[in-house]
Each structure stands twice: as C-alpha cells, then as structure tokens.
Ligand binder design. Structure first.
Ligand code: TMP
Length: 197
C-alpha cells in the first residue's frame, strides 16, 4: 500500500493545467506537506523526440509516450511510498486521449499498454480542465508538434476527455477552464482536502 496521494491534471493545450498543477503543489507545500510537481512527457530526451521530431508515426509516438511513462512511474511510485503528494501535469489519460481518440489508435489497446507501463498505478484524483478548442489554442503561445494539429484533432481530444471523465466520475473532476483562476483554485483546494487524511 502507498501512503502518498497521486493527483493529475489533464486537458488540452492552453487549458491552464500547468499553472494550476504548479500552484497546487506549491500551496500544499506551504501548508507543510511534502509534494512533488512533475509532468509528462518526462524524460528530457524522450520529451524532445516526442514534441519536436517531425517525422514520427502514430505507432512510434504511442510507444515512446508509453515508454516514457514506464520510466516516470518508477519515480512516482518511490515518492508515493515515501508519503509524498505527487501532482502530475498529464499522465496515462493523455495517451488514451491523444493517441487513442486523437490519432485513432484502438482505445482498448492503448488502455492495455497504459496498464502494462504503469503496473496499474492510477491517480486518486484527476482534474480535467475543459476549454473550447479555439480558446485553448488561442491561449497557447507556442504550439508543440502535437498542439499544432488540425482543429478536428483537438475536437476529438476534447470530446475524448469528456467521455473518459463520464466513464470514471469518481476519479475525474471536470472544471470549466474559462472560469477565473481564483475560482478554479478555490474549488480545487476544497476538493483536495477531502482526499487528504
Ligand atoms: P503540454 O503538456 O505542454 O500540453 O505538452 C505535451 C504535449 O504532448 C501535448 O500536445 C499533449 C501531448 N501528449 C500526448 O499526445 N500523449 C501523452 O501521453 C502525453 C503525456 C502528452
């Protein structure tokens, strides 16, 4: 059994998840809790291949994201075992959504690969920042290789996230990312406390 708490933030580019995830980790730390803010893709060399390599095929992309997650999960497990609260900007749901719903790779196959890579480690709570595609994209200053995909891809991503959130309502909390940052922070803050012992 692990003692820490595993929290993830998900959503499309420009939803504001990175800002909120960092904020949450810092705030919990300020309250005296041990936290680790982290993100995916995680391993620096894999990250640069994944976000910058222009000639990557869908299958290759999927396998590299999953490989990155297998490495990252080892470190996450160590932190959780020490009782740390791990706040992660994207995790397995992103692969399911971007490579499954977005790229059109078989969803059950992606689920199986995620289970294989993570040994079934699953976040206790996932905050899904939902934002209309045009707003999300317009908020983003620099788009990476995947962020620069066509609008239809991002629409599939948005709908995929919402569908997965409905499938697992006890884990996901869907937040309207067009709301004020402070409002979002107070909803998340209240919710996180229900998961802390
Ligand atoms: P971001 O975290 O700055 O949004 O950049 C990560 C990019 O990688 C984003 O476009 C989503 C994409 N991504 C996937 O396609 N699959 C994954 O499993 C992960 C973690 C990210």
């Amino acid at each position: 059994m692990m003692d820490g708490l595993f929290i993830t933030f998900e959503g499309m580019e420009g939803a504001g998840k990175t800002t909120l995830a960092r904020w949450l980790s810092d705030h919990l730390q300020a309250e005296g809790m041990r936290t680790w803010f982290t993100y995916e893709p995680w391993e620096p060399r894999l990250r640069s291949i994944l976000l910058e390599h222009s000639n990557l095929q869908s299958t290759e992309e999927l396998l590299l994201f999953v490989a990155d997650r297998a490495i990252h999960t080892r470190y996450i497990r160590e932190r959780l075992a020490e009782g740390t609260i791990v706040v992660c900007d994207r995790y397995a749901d992103s692969t399911l959504i971007y490579q499954g719903y977005g790229r059109g790779i078989d969803i059950e196959w992606v689920r199986a690969l995620n289970r294989f890579a993570t040994g079934d480690l699953c976040p206790r709570r996932t905050y899904l920042l939902d934002v209309p595609v045009e707003i999300g994209l317009s908020r983003q200053r620099e788009l990476n290789r995947i962020g620069a995909e066509e609008i239809a891809f991002h629409e599939r991503v948005r709908q995929g996230f919402l569908q997965e959130a409905e499938r697992e309502p006890q884990r996901f909390m869907v937040l309207d990312a067009t709301r004020d940052l402070q409002e979002l922070q107070s909803v998340i803050w209240a919710d996180v406390h229900t998961h802390l012992r």
